[in-house]
Design a protein around this ligand. Structure first.
Ligand code: C2G
Length: 141
């Protein structure tokens, strides 16, 4: 029986419980979980400024118990190729992406899972800055 292979894509900057909840849920949907981590160059394309460089973001994700393999996400277009090349059965994302990747349905199952409420990299940055301002090291942004 071929192992059921799951893939997801993301930046995973300032890794937090929302990321972990998603990856643990995805791991429970199959036998192997592959995570494509956005490179710094691709994030620039996404208009996303990351705090943590790609190598460190990838290394953190690679070390999670629930993750079998990490690949680089370098373009919007690579998903179809990845699904073929890696023989993927299930593509899944948090539901802020709901519908955006339905074009992959002819190739594999497509699932959008509920996001974890009240945590995001942006909220963490705001909270951290408020903390630093309170404790005298804020950057006044
Ligand atoms: N996520 C979540 N709950 C949160 C925050 C994030 O479930 N509180 C999920 C997102 O829905 C996404 C994954 O965690 O599926 C990674 O989130 P990001 O790192 O913000 O990824 P993003 O920038 O959306 O990149 O080609 C797809 C893109 O690379 C996705």
């Amino acid at each position: 029986m071929k192992p059921k292979r799951v893939i997801t894509y993301g930046t995973f900057d300032m890794f937090h419980i929302g990321h972990l909840n998603l990856l643990n849920r995805l791991a429970s949907l199959g036998d192997e979980l592959i995570v494509a981590v956005s490179t710094d160059e691709f994030n620039a394309l996404k208009g996303k400024k990351t705090l943590i460089p790609y190598e460190q973001r990838a290394e953190i994700v690679r070390n999670l118990k629930c993750v079998n393999r990490v690949i680089a996400e370098e373009s919007w277009e690579q998903k179809q190729e990845d699904i073929k090349r890696l023989d993927i059965d299930l593509f899944a994302m948090g539901d802020d992406w709901k519908g955006k990747f339905d074009f992959l349905k002819p190739q594999c199952e497509v699932v959008y899972l509920p996001r974890t409420e009240d945590v995001s990299t942006t909220e963490l940055k705001v909270a951290l800055n408020e903390f630093l301002q309170e404790h005298g090291a804020g950057f006044g942004i």
